[in-house]
Design a binder for this molecule. Structure first.
Ligand SMILES: [Mg+2]
Length: 149
């Protein structure tokens, strides 16, 4: 199996959208163009791929996420999959990420998540945590440069 070099586990609400003025609705999705542009820079600078860990993967689905990103100007983002829906009461998102990693050889990963309360303790060194009100910002790109240098 091909080993992924750099994987981004991506949350969406509070990361790629906020209650702010740059909110754009399209195709039943909401994305903040500025936050999406930061994510695109991260992906391009590190040649990273995206795995969706957001609940959007269950509700709106990957196709709607791609449509939302396209709506704010990013066609063909490298979304290679999504974490499984394990439907656990505790440490849900963390265990879903752990499950994906155990089935997909990966060299290094980060988790972009505004509400990391259900990640596993050992995943916190790989966490990038935007504030839910601002979403992903340039400062996070700098943080990721330090993590992935
Ligand atoms: Mg969120």
């Amino acid at each position: 199996m091909k080993k992924h070099k750099k994987v981004i586990f991506l949350d969406i609400d509070g990361v790629l959208n906020t209650g702010g003025s740059n909110h754009i609705h399209g195709h039943g999705t909401a994305m903040d163009k500025k936050c999406v542009e930061v994510l695109r820079k991260i992906v391009e600078e590190f040649n990273a791929v995206i795995v969706i860990s957001s609940a959007w993967r269950i509700g709106p689905g990957i196709l709607r996420i791609k449509k939302g990103l396209s709506w704010v100007g990013w066609d063909n983002p490298p979304i290679i999959g999504k974490t499984p829906n394990l439907n656990l009461l505790k440490e849900r998102r963390g265990k879903e990420i752990q499950h994906w990693l155990s089935h997909n050889p990966t060299e290094s990963y980060i988790i972009i998540e505004d509400e990391p309360c259900d990640l596993l303790k050992e995943q916190f060194p790989f966490l990038v945590q935007p504030s839910s009100t601002d979403g992903l910002q340039e400062k996070h790109l700098q943080q990721i440069r330090n993590m992935w240098k």
